[in-house]
Design a protein around this ligand. Structure first.
Ligand code: TXA
Ligand code: MG
Length: 324
């Protein structure tokens, strides 16, 4: 196989070429406001199968269908009151809604892993929007990284992880937010957060009040299959809530925190020297990738409020015991 063609999405023909590649069943990586996606025509099961094999992803793990706008989303799924309120408030944006799948949905069974629900998202990124509009149908896209590995926030990450399997990468520079969308189950009257993400729990609560279930999906027994304990895992061992650095370890710090023994660190990445959680989210996956050649990464505490919930969720999964 040849490696991916990296195109500048501002070139006049790039979006049309990428849409044509999707139509032909090829994989196209495109930026969203959260992370880079590995896109395929949602209606084409063979194209969807290519995503699973490119990522090495367990095929029971369903994908998010990306749409250009709310009208396109309504063709795929049924929006109850709470889903409509969330879509009105946060779309386009870093929020994924799991809703009952419509009979008329064109998303293939492989992409939904045979569930009777479908995960929908209208991203807030000009390149993603242009591609989705030009393509004219749902595009399923997981984060463009090998399954279980750190998510991709630059075109270089995508090329390094998946280059051979992708036909086109639309390179629009680093993604703005850097952490994935919040996934909310809206298949019942009460909404449930299945995966914390770029839209904070507080923001969701402000939008829908007591229609947000207290417990997360994990505690309620509802499982987003992507919530496997070990996920976002670099090759290095990850040690959480570190207050010291051991000889030879790399360190991830926050807010200019100086752990004991920092002079022993093989390298140090401060997620945000000023303690800004948005900056920390944007840097998280780049930090894990950059320090990945160290045998072990000591991660100093990051506060849990606001975007810190999603950051700590990803860090816990990066540190979880691996199967192999
Ligand atoms: O920001 C994002 O969400 C990025 C960009 C590319 O849009 N995408 C992303 O996709 O993170 P992925 O495949 O890495 O994560 C999708 C999550 C998984 O946790 C998956 O299990 C969950 O959404 N999911 C998808 N369909 C579902 C469904 N029908 N029911 C429950 N969970 C679902
Ligand atoms: Mg992912």
């Amino acid at each position: 196989m040849t490696s991916a063609r990296v195109l500048d999405p501002h070139d006049a023909s790039a979006i049309a070429e990428a849409a044509a590649a999707l139509k032909a069943g090829a994989l196209v990586s495109f930026p969203t406001e959260t992370v880079y996606g590995l896109g395929a025509d949602a209606a084409n099961a063979r194209a969807v199968a290519r995503i699973y094999s490119a990522k090495g992803r367990p095929s029971f793990n369903p994908l998010i269908a990306h749409l250009a706008d709310m009208d396109a989303a309504r063709q795929q799924g049924t929006f109850n009151e709470v889903a409509s309120a969330l879509a009105d408030r946060f779309w386009p944006g870093p929020l994924t809604l799991v809703v009952p799948r419509k009979d008329t949905s064109t998303v293939s069974d492989l992409a939904t892993a045979g569930l009777d629900s479908v995960a929908l998202r209208v991203p807030d990124n000009a390149v993603a929007h242009a591609l989705l509009s030009a393509f004219g149908g749902p595009v399923v896209a997981p984060s463009a990284n090998r399954s279980g590995y750190v998510s991709a926030t630059t075109a270089q990450h995508v090329a390094g992880d998946l280059g051979e399997a992708v036909s086109i990468i639309l390179d629009a520079g680093p993604t703005g937010i850097g952490i994935e969308s919040t996934v909310i189950d809206c298949t019942a009257d009460m909404a449930r957060i299945l995966r914390p993400g770029a839209v904070t729990r507080e923001a969701v609560r402000n939008a829908i009040g007591d229609k947000l279930a207290q417990e997360s999906g994990e505690n309620s027994g509802i499982i987003a299959p992507g919530m496997l304990a070990s996920h976002y895992a670099p090759n290095a061992r990850v040690r959480l809530n570190a207050t010291d650095v051991q000889a030879g370890e790399a360190a991830i710090t926050f807010n200019a925190f100086q752990p004991a023994g920092i002079e022993n660190a093989s390298s140090v990445f401060d997620l945000s020297p000023t303690g800004d959680l948005e900056e920390a989210a944007a840097n998280l996956f780049t930090a894990l990738r950059e320090l990945d050649t160290a045998g072990s990464i000591a991660v100093c505490p990051v506060p849990c409020d606001g975007l810190g919930e999603a950051i700590n969720d990803r860090l816990r999964r990066a540190a979880a015991p691996r199967d192999s």
